[in-house]
Design a binder for this molecule. Structure first.
Ligand code: PLP
Length: 358
């Protein structure tokens, strides 16, 4: 089957096969990789290799710290203001969908949130130009969501918002295209879309942010402490870290982010062509300039056909297409692990369904 789930999402088949082969015993140790001490030499090697591969995949500058953390992307949204904003300081938030809105909710208790832009009143179908953002004078940082997983809205590139440090949620778009770190102070992502199974998150942080005092917090909520301890302040999600490492290696072997950017552009073009060429049978409301290359929400012109569409798609081996409850309709998530053939099969099915029910 081709799995279009938004996350946890499909993993590359070679990764699952390798994990299966290696599950019972890790290289003559008599233990599974998930049974090894995180501080022992064998696991330290797995961890270091994963970090090195992620750095090379994303071309992370040497001085940036790469952290592997628990708590998903949501916990990072709560930690960002605690670590990087002084008490009472303001931070700018650009909200272009559901996840940006939730990032604000996580931050509100510990930072004076300034909504620099919020497209909620226009139903999250566009990214307003930077010139229209209402930036604060002295914000601790500016937070935005590179790709809105539910609304299917993706930034065209890193926005040019002046000197304010940019902190970006890349949960559903990391490693899908090259990233320009020269303009980013922090990038974070829950792993469960492009990087591996759920249960681990990745944060890439510029060192000057780590030097900030922030607000009173326990050591476990302190990014500096995690950096100092090599992401092993407490027991990390070792098995997930290992699996993410396999995904990094797979992406490098496949040609790296440039190759995935090419494939993702091809997949997205196929799918949007199937929608736009359907004479109104299918509809996607997002401004074409900022349509997501990762998550493609769409509606059938007649909602009554939704259950039949989903049933027939499942029978055709196209699973995970039900839209998020906030939007209804359908959503096809076409992350790195989704092959072009999968999207071709979906576009073909959509065409056929339209001809039979249009
Ligand atoms: N940000 C984005 C863009 C997401 O898509 C998600 C989850 O789907 C989250 C944040 C929340 O991530 P987590 O469940 O890892 O906390």
């Amino acid at each position: 089957a081709f799995n279009f789930s938004a996350g946890p999402a499909a993993l590359p088949e070679p990764v699952l096969r390798q994990a299966q082969e290696e599950l019972l015993e890790w290289r003559g140790t008599g233990a599974s990789v998930m049974e090894l001490s995180h501080r022992g030499g064998e696991f330290m090697e797995v961890a270091a290799r994963a970090e090195a591969d992620l750095r090379s995949l994303l071309t992370v500058p040497d001085e940036y710290r790469v952290l592997f953390l628990a708590g998903g992307a949501t916990t990072q949204q709560a930690l960002i203001p605690l670590n990087f904003a002084a008490p009472g300081q303001a931070a700018d938030y650009v909200v272009t969908g559901h996840w940006g809105r939730l990032a604000v909710q996580q931050a509100e208790a510990t930072v004076a949130v300034n909504l620099a832009a919020d497209t909620g009143p226009e139903r999250y179908v566009d990214v307003p130009p930077v010139a229209q953002w209402r930036l604060s004078e002295d914000a601790a940082y500016l937070h935005y969501t590179d790709n809105e997983t539910i609304h299917g809205v993706e930034f065209e590139g890193v926005p040019d918002a002046g000197d304010v440090p940019l902190v970006a949620d890349f949960s559903s778009s990391i490693a899908s295209r090259p990233l320009d770190f020269s303009r980013l102070a922090m990038v974070y992502a829950g792993a469960q879309k492009n990087l591996g199974p759920s249960g681990i998150a990745v944060a890439v942080i510029r060192p000057d942010l780590l030097e900030r005092t922030g607000q009173p917090r326990a050591p476990i909520l302190d990014y500096r402490e995690h950096a100092r301890a090599g992401s092993m302040l407490n027991t990390p999600a070792t098995f997930n870290w290992y699996l993410a490492g396999l995904v990094f290696r797979w992406m490098l072997d496949e040609g790296g982010v440039e190759e995935f950017a090419r494939r993702n552009a091809e997949k997205a073009a196929l799918l949007y062509a199937a929608i736009d060429g359907s004479g109104g049978f299918y509809r996607n409301d997002v401004a074409p300039r900022v349509r997501s290359r990762m998550n493609v929400p769409f509606h059938l012109h007649d909602r009554g056909l939704d259950p039949l569409f989903l049933r027939e798609a499942t029978e055709a081996g196209l699973i995970g297409l039900k839209g998020h409850r906030a939007l209804g309709g359908m959503r096809a998530s076409i992350y790195n692990a989704m092959p072009v053939e999968g999207v071709r099969a979906l576009a073909g099915f959509m065409d056929d369904f339209r001809k039979r029910h249009g």
